[in-house]
Design a protein around this ligand. Sequence first.
Ligand code: VGL
Ligand code: ZN
Length: 208
Amino acid sequence: MTVFKDNTALILIDIQNDFCPGGALEVGEGNEIVEVANKLQEKFRVKIATQDWHPPNHTSFASNHLDKLPFSTTEMFYGTQVLWPDHCIQGKKGAEFHPKLITKSTDLIIRKGFRTEIDSYSAFFDNDHKTSTGLGGYLKARGINSIYLCGLALDFCVYFSAIDGVNLDLEVNVIKDACRAIDLDGSLEMAINDMKNKGVNLITSNDL
Ligand code: VGL
Ligand code: ZN
């Protein structure tokens, strides 16, 4: 088996209980990627995971707005924001990684979405596209110029991470069969097209 060198990282996006069946913001078949994600980890020396990590009063929760239903939208200071069911609340079971996901050999865990007033889909920046999680600097400091993304959800956090990765001049690969999507109002098709247009490589785990 070929193992990637130190300039390449596998990034496991939000493989957490709340995005799996039975969770607060379940993604269809979200749990089915865990086995693939674990197998993929054997091929990478550098492994990074992200964790959606919201305070209970987070403004991305519909419950924190008057007369707003989950999956509707609102205007925030940084643009249009989808309002979600309460999910991935700091310290709660739903915010924990899927119990079968291997995390003992993860180099870095990036938490995001912990600022009450701003959501964060991307592993690199909050939804204002300005506030950094620090991941870009971390990769740069370690000489990592190529990333492979997998996880949940393909059309939100994986997608925004991929686009930001390209904008940071990284080579970005998305391992499609190790992702599942929410697919809200055509968001999956839009995300796939945009990733293709912007130079993200869409691959499958068999290609590795
Ligand atoms: C996500 C919606 C809200 C994701 C996180 O991980 O894709 N989606 N928070
Ligand atoms: Zn979230």
